[in-house]
Design a protein around this ligand. Structure first.
Ligand code: SF4
Length: 166
């Protein structure tokens, strides 16, 4: 998988260094990533979606598994047999039907977060199918952008990384 560095967050101060030449804008109703990707589900993702009244067997594909370094990390979200799209992609509007409850992997796409000690490095996947990558009307991955989109994710990592001072 090809990727490009776009920002680094200091998890202690939440200061951000970013590549100003990169811009991103998710295109409304595009839905390409809902078709072209396999999405891994964490246990928390499954629990949140079940809160909406779905049963795991309806949306978890137990035949597709993700591994990291030989360690099992989760199953994939189920795709529809007739168009290979995520089962939660609305066929008429091309919008996600569980947007507020979507899995973390969907929220992060097209970014990849890699923690190295007290720093979180952020990369973008160089997927040619995503029209939002390097979009001329896009936003750079500044601190403001990251806190708007991913404050909860960064604060969660911050809690795990930075030990409280006595
Ligand atoms: S493929 Fe890119 S632009 Fe299209 S919906 Fe996904 S993230 Fe947004």
């Amino acid at each position: 998988m090809e990727k490009r560095w776009v920002a680094t967050v200091d998890l202690e101060t939440l200061e951000v260094e970013h590549d100003p030449s990169f811009k991103f804008k998710c295109i409304e109703n595009c839905g390409r990533c809902c078709r072209d990707l396999e999405i891994p589900l964490r246990d928390e993702d499954i629990e949140r979606i079940e809160e909406l009244g779905y049963s795991a067997w309806e949306f978890v594909d137990y035949d597709k598994m993700f591994y990291r370094g030989g360690r099992f990390v989760g199953y994939a979200i189920r795709k529809r047999p007739f168009d290979d799209a995520c089962i939660f992609l609305d066929t008429e509007t091309n919008r996600c039907r569980i947007y507020g409850y979507r899995p973390l992997a969907c929220r992060l796409y097209p970014f990849i977060f890699v923690r190295r000690g007290r720093k979180m490095e952020i990369y973008v996947k160089k997927d040619s199918f995503c029209p939002g990558i390097d979009h001329p009307e896009g936003e750079p991955v500044t601190g403001e952008f990251l806190l708007k989109e991913y404050r909860d994710v960064l604060e969660e990592y911050q809690k795990r990384t930075v030990k409280p001072s006595r």
